[in-house]
Design a protein around this ligand. Structure first.
Ligand SMILES: [Cu+2]
Length: 140
């Protein structure tokens, strides 16, 4: 009896911790699906059909996909598919200056020439306030 009384709150507590994490994942998936729809509207084809580049969209304070893995030599093109908000790309581990502010439909490209551990990159105006942060892993 007394055991049950103590076990129950522990179960509730673990649910309370788990639910926000799941909600955040679903939120990202929904935002990224919408970003892809906007990409198709803007450019007339899916982002995966760009030749010679891998596309990351920037939308509603997220990079899509948030975590990217590409082989060495890949050129990544970050494309702003937002309506009004501008973003930037800071590849701090690559030692390159922050990109220009990218307005809707504008893009920034970078070619990854060195394989390595996953690296975090940032959106200058939004990484701190909105956690607009992505990762890229460059594989050999
Ligand atoms: Cu941003």
């Amino acid at each position: 009896m007394s055991l049950n009384r103590f076990r129950f709150p522990a179960v509730l507590l673990s649910l309370m911790i788990a639910i926000p994490a799941v909600a955040a994942d679903e939120d990202t998936a929904a935002v990224c699906a919408e970003a892809e729809e906007r990409y198709v509207d803007m450019f007339g084809h899916p982002s995966s059909q760009e030749e010679g580049v891998t596309v990351v969209t920037m939308y509603k304070y997220k990079f899509c996909p948030e975590d990217l893995s590409v082989p060495v030599g890949t050129t990544v093109r970050w494309v702003n598919v937002d309506k009004r908000t501008s973003h930037s790309v800071i590849l701090k581990d690559e030692g390159v200056p922050e990109s220009d502010r990218l307005f809707p439909e504008e893009a920034f490209e970078f070619t990854f020439l060195t394989a390595g551990d996953p690296q975090t990159y940032l959106c200058g105006p939004h990484w701190e306030t909105q956690e607009m942060i992505g990762t890229v892993t460059v594989t050999p």
